[in-house]
Design a protein around this ligand. Structure first.
Ligand SMILES: Cc1cc2nc3c(=O)[nH]c(=O)nc-3n(C[C@H](O)[C@H](O)[C@H](O)COP(=O)(O)O)c2cc1C
Length: 362
């Protein structure tokens, strides 16, 4: 069997992953009853990608409180009914040999928006929307004005992340990912472009990172034996006034000290005017900078679509693992195909699909 870095198992925190080709979290906006309970859609969506050979499948941004949903159709993990619905999905994923992750999220000032098929912009109160919370009154252009968070809001949100972590562990998840990217609540606090507070949660980098670090510590304490990732946006793509790679490296070091096992590096999402240079693997250099600068395992994501490209990223130690999003939507069996294209024999083709392997057996 040819050597492949991509298909080498990897141990991070408490979890050994069967390979390093992972599914990035992807919102489905498919809780039709607006109750945050994952449905058969989520079972088939996440289960299909588990069947397809991924080492890890991370479930979408899942709100820790109702007002933390991006849209009313998001998944949640703030009650036991949601936990039990997740448990069924996780059990199926485990039966396929994959690790199961969940992204714990609060959308902050970008909460209460329509999903694409239901409307545009903010959902008004008359249609089941709510006033979003944020670091300050600075709104995301085109969305509702946020209510600045009080110290009590911050404290109860930290507790909600911890409670969500406990329920996630009860549901069987192997990996918890704190969502601190893409202009959602924790990123809004991190970035000087969205946080103009004058208390201990605004101003210096220490202060802007305080809320995120409180969340990481609380989740770590609530789930001491579960692998913990943090997703960060490496840059707002508006320098020098926005969030920068340099600050990301610094904060990644603090996140590791607070208990994070791996940093998942994305970018953008906080400012509508961001000038983003997009191309194959465009965020990989950010992941490498964090890996080297903060001495922490990283996952790279963003236009990683080709098995040889993924192999080069991991073999070149640019990242410890790669995540893909849209390639998995096109082909939930991307890892099985990648193994074939790289000449790697894997023992996790589902037995029911054995006649469909790429080996030309009659
Ligand atoms: C349909 C869809 C939903 C997404 N939802 C989330 C999400 O819930 N949380 C998150 O951090 N990123 C989300 N993303 C971003 C992806 O995780 C990923 O970072 C991005 O798509 C770039 O990777 P790709 O080029 O492989 O698709 C989403 C992307 C897509 C396409």
């Amino acid at each position: 069997m040819p050597d492949s870095a991509l298909f080498q198992p990897l141990t991070v925190g408490a979890t050994t992953f069967r390979n390093r080709i992972w599914v990035a979290p992807m919102c489905q906006y498919s809780c039709e009853d607006r109750d945050g309970v994952p449905t058969d859609w989520h079972l088939v969506h996440l289960g299909g990608m588990a069947r397809g050979g991924a080492g890890l499948v991370v479930a979408e941004a899942t709100a820790v409180v109702p007002e933390g949903r991006i849209s009313p159709w998001d998944t949640g993990i703030w009650n036991d009914e949601q936990r039990d619905a997740w448990a069924r999905i996780v059990a199926f994923q485990h039966a396929q040999g994959t690790a199961a992750g969940i992204q714990l999220a609060h959308a902050g000032r970008k909460a209460s928006t329509y999903r694409s098929q239901s409307g545009r912009g903010a959902v008004p109160h008359s249609d089941g929307g709510w006033t979003p919370l944020g670091p300050s009154t600075l709104a995301f252009r085109g969305l509702a004005d946020p209510q600045p968070m009080s110290h009590e809001h911050i404290r109860s949100t930290v507790e909600a992340f911890a409670a969500a972590a406990r329920r996630s562990v009860e549901a069987g998840f192997d990996v918890l990912e704190v969502h601190a990217a893409h202009g959602y609540l924790l990123h809004e606090f991190l970035s000087p472009a969205s946080n103009d507070r004058t208390d201990e949660y605004g101003g210096s980098l220490d202060n802007r990172a305080r809320f995120m670090l409180e969340v990481i510590r609380a989740v770590r304490e609530a789930a001491p034996h579960t692998t913990l990732f943090v997703r960060l946006s490496a840059t707002d793509w508006i320098e020098p006034d926005g969030w920068t790679l340099e600050q990301t490296v610094e904060v990644s070091r603090w996140a590791k000290e607070a208990g994070a096992d791996l940093i998942d590096i994305s970018s953008g999402g906080n400012l509508p005017d961001a000038r983003i240079t997009v191309g194959p693997g465009y965020q990989v250099p950010f992941a490498s900078a964090v890996r080297d600068g903060a001495d922490v395992p990283v996952a790279a994501v963003g236009l990683i679509t080709d098995p040889h490209q993924a192999e080069r990223i991991v073999a070149g130690q640019e990242a410890d693992a790669v995540m893909a999003g849209r390639e998995f939507l096109r082909d939930p069996h991307f890892p099985l195909r990648a193994a074939h294209e790289l000449g790697v024999d894997v023992d996790y083709w589902p037995v029911q699909y054995e006649r469909g392997t790429f080996a030309d057996k009659p």
